[in-house]
Design a protein around this ligand. Sequence first.
Ligand code: TXA
Ligand code: MG
Length: 343
Amino acid sequence: MKTELYSLDDKGKLNNLDELASIIKNGGLVAIPTETVYGLAANGLDGSAVRKIFEAKNRPMDNPLILHIADIDQVEELVSNFKQEYKEILENIWPGPLTAIFKKSEIVPDEISAGLDSVAIRMPDKDVTRELIRLVGRPLAAPSANLSTKPSPTSAQAVLEDMDGRIDAIIDGGPCDIGIESTVLDLTGEVAKILRPGFYTEEMLEKYFDKVEMDVAISDQKQIPKSPGQKYRHYSPKAKVIGVISEDIDSFKNFVEEIKSTDQKIALMVFEDYYKELNCENIINMGPKEDLSKMAKILFESFRLMDEKRVDIIIVEGVEEEGFGLSIMNRLKKAASGDIRRI
Ligand code: TXA
Ligand code: MG
């Protein structure tokens, strides 16, 4: 299969969007830009089209998919006993990086929910993608458009790296603004529960919901996560990743020297204060530590870049697990298989 790349014009529009809608209506796969990461989309109400997503990604069949909608009224047919109070809240948040879990309705195929009685729904904040959903006239199933276990793609180029020849088309919508996936929020119980941390933090969601809890599995790896995807290996470049939270620049430098002495090719990803003080052939500036948005935006892309440079070890400056820092550390911990050091 040849994978076609479609680029937006200066106004962010695609003239031949109807061709892409036809591909999806006919059961094909199209990678779509969103504000978080690129998704790999199929007609979410067509079980056999959805199965192709699992094949293209090598994704385990027990990991459910998110349905992407363009208008809030689409929620009602996908959810059984939809509570109207949630509609008002979601009108304030959507389009945006929040995925909500509800009890599913009959029309949601089993391939989407992977055997659960619930369904994940999100409205992405990217005009061309919502336009595509409207043209298809169905919700689009879309996991992140990477091969399973690889870092999520935040550019069309990264999608192509993993998916060339495996899918019909890619819409190049430029780099993703946020860079890590949406917050997954379970609304099936009495209390809203975060199953995967993301852009929307507990504090931000407390403005909308009476009470917000965190799934215990987010901080305790011995617990079974309520979100099946959280149990798998994730975000892993070929290089080994180590997260480091250091007291000061000297301890960080010493750590780097120790690793260097093992003769391995290393890369550093550090905030701007350390960036000014360090010398390394492969070093990435993650911007100011007070504003983690750049770190989130470049994290996955940098992993892919360092793989291209055939680096052996990527040392990433870590942050405290609070607010948005908790969401980013959730990704970094998985990429590092838990190897986060305090020195
Ligand atoms: O930002 C995002 O959420 C991106 C963009 C493309 O929208 N999508 C994304 O999809 O990250 P994916 O499939 O890579 O991650 C979806 C997560 C998985 O951890 C999955 O297990 C969980 O959501 N999930 C999906 N349906 C669920 C359900 N019914 N109950 C619990 N967790 C669910
Ligand atoms: Mg994913």
